[in-house]
Design a protein around this ligand. Structure first.
Ligand SMILES: NC(=O)c1ccc[n+]([C@@H]2O[C@H](COP(=O)([O-])OP(=O)(O)OC[C@H]3O[C@@H](n4cnc5c(N)ncnc54)[C@H](O)[C@@H]3O)[C@@H](O)[C@H]2O)c1
Length: 486
């Protein structure tokens, strides 16, 4: 955007993202105790059930703060990797070093025997996915099985903490009774149960752990206290003790549903921007210079096993929430809208060769769950297009298995359209001379304009640019991009 008079001192941001300052570590050397009862300055033995993209960094974080940690996973390859001091999650900065470090220090090992691990532990953190079934209702299969797997190890004094996002009321209403029934012990009296949402962003987990306030709510006061003391011993961020587990559960559903609704609004604004011939990103950036405005970014859809899932966890208990369900539908309709725009531009899709770039739900995260690339490819193919796809995080076999004919990066091809579904840095290196028949680039993340992490990307003459609320006619070079005019 052009600065007309003088630089503004108002923080104007595009996309609603801000970087909070990180808290310094103020932990002294902890005292190891057995059993651990939540006394400040003490540590004990912790178990993390589900050593995936979130669970493994948590295990490292706990171990770095003096806890002796057992990671539990049903995947034997995951267990074997951890026991060799290796991270099976390649994309998380700092994780490989962290696993190596705490494993070498003897504070992290892994097992598939959840009950045995929990029997020896003071704290058990559960972080296995809760997904959706075909009717968009919570699919508890992983969490039920994780809860059942630890129940044989539940003992007096144990604190069980759920970090997986759950429908409001599940910690108290579904899982605590299950643990009570299996163990014969009383929750919040003999053992303790709390909820503390995982709020981290893949790719920035360790940075987030030192900045994002940790919300904690117990099913009773002692459960809440022990869980809060546990997090106080392992995190440098503020610990927010909430009134109950339901408040903590709801806060996570609220923050993520807000983001889904916000993005849906940005997607509607993008449609209006196209109609009136303005650049939606200029509009959003300008609007967000008013400190109460936090409009997110429009895009080809919302993917991943978080943001598109959690509104449904809310709707499963409150189906009357119209804004929430409309937002979900709006975001899911973005793929169809993009296909319609392509169809109009190309005069039909039958037999049209199209390259889809980016299959994971977003760049730098190897996760296909709820990726919008899957319906995108399915529907393009349904309309007759010949789709090939590429993703730097996936092998050709993985691409073939998930959804499309793999494209070999750098090969000449007759594509008439390219659709980007992620904002991968690699797109900066696209050699457009390989695609002499190219007519249109549909930039599904508005990432070619120097707005996100990518620099400005020029298209060859005659190739039409179509973003989401940004078009050839409204595309704006940032002031520092080559060829920009002020
Ligand atoms: N990934 C994110 O960006 C993110 C962000 C915030 C919160 N979360 C929360 O974290 C949860 C987990 O996400 P993730 O990305 O770590 O998932 P993931 O798929 O990377 O990891 C889940 C792990 O759990 C293991 N597992 C499954 N069932 C098990 C069982 N019964 N016992 C033991 N292990 C079992 C799997 O083998 C896998 O290693 C999500 O459902 C969500 O609630 C995720």
């Amino acid at each position: 955007m052009t600065i007309v008079s003088r630089p503004s001192n108002v923080v104007s941001f595009l996309g609603g993202s801000i970087t909070p300052p990180s808290n310094p570590c103020t932990h002294g050397t902890p005292r190891t105790v057995a059993p651990w009862t939540g006394e400040p300055g003490t540590v004990g033995r912790a178990v993390v059930v589900g050593a995936g993209k979130m669970g493994l960094p948590l295990a490292v974080q706990f171990a770095r703060h003096g806890w002796t940690v057992t990671a539990v996973d049903v995947n034997h390859d995951v267990v074997a990797a951890i026991n060799e001091g290796r991270s099976h999650v390649a994309e998380e900065p700092g994780l490989a070093e962290g696993v190596g470090e705490v494993h070498a220090a003897g504070r992290l090992h892994a097992t598939s025997d959840a009950a045995a691990a929990v029997r020896d532990a003071d704290v058990a953190v559960l972080i296995v996915p809760v997904m959706l079934d075909d009717a968009q209702q919570p699919d508890y299969r992983y969490m039920d099985s994780a809860v059942d797997s630890i129940s044989g190890g539940v003992h007096p004094g144990l604190t069980v903490i759920f970090e997986t996002t759950l429908p409001v009321g599940d910690t108290r209403g579904r899982f605590a009774p299950r643990l009570e029934a299996a163990s014969g012990l009383k929750a919040d009296a003999d053992f303790f149960v709390a909820f503390s949402p995982e709020r981290l962003y893949s790719g920035a987990v360790f940075a987030n752990l030192s900045t994002y306030p940790k919300l904690v709510g117990g099913i009773g006061p002692e459960s809440g206290r022990r869980a809060a003391e546990f997090y106080d011993s392992v995190l440098d961020a503020e610990i927010v003790a909430m009134s109950c587990s339901e408040a903590a559960e709801f806060s996570k559903i609220a923050e993520t549903t807000y983001r889904d609704v916000n993005i849906a609004l940005a997607n509607e604004f993008a449609r209006v921007a196209d109609r009136v011939g303005v650049n939606v990103l200029d509009v959003i950036q300008a609007a967000n210079s008013q400190p109460y405005s936090h409009i997110h970014q429009p895009g080809i859809g919302v993917g991943g096993h978080c943001i598109p899932v959690y509104p449904h966890l809310l709707l499963s208990r409150a189906p009357d929430l119209e804004v929430v369900s409309t937002a979900r539908r709006t975001n899911d309709a973005q793929v169809g809208n993009a296909i319609k725009a392509l169809e109009a531009q190309l005069g039909g899709l039958d037999d049209v060769p199209i390259l889809v770039l980016g299959l994971t739900y977003r760049e730098n995260v190897k996760e296909l769950a709820y990726s919008r690339a899957l319906p995108l490819i399915e529907r393009l193919s349904f309309h007759g297009a010949n789709v090939m796809a590429y993703d730097p995080l996936l092998s050709t076999e993985e691409i073939e298995r998930c959804c499309a004919t793999p494209y070999r990066w750098g090969q000449p091809a007759q594509f008439r359209a390219i659709v980007t579904q992620t904002a991968d840095k690699l797109w900066e290196e696209i050699d457009f001379s390989l695609f002499p028949k190219l007519e249109v680039v549909l930039d599904g993340r508005n990432s070619f304009d120097g707005n996100n992490t990518l620099r400005w990307i020029d298209l060859p003459a005659g190739v039409r640019y179509m973003g989401i609320g940004v078009q050839d006619a409204t595309r704006r070079r940032p002031a520092d991009a080559p060829g920009a005019t002020r």
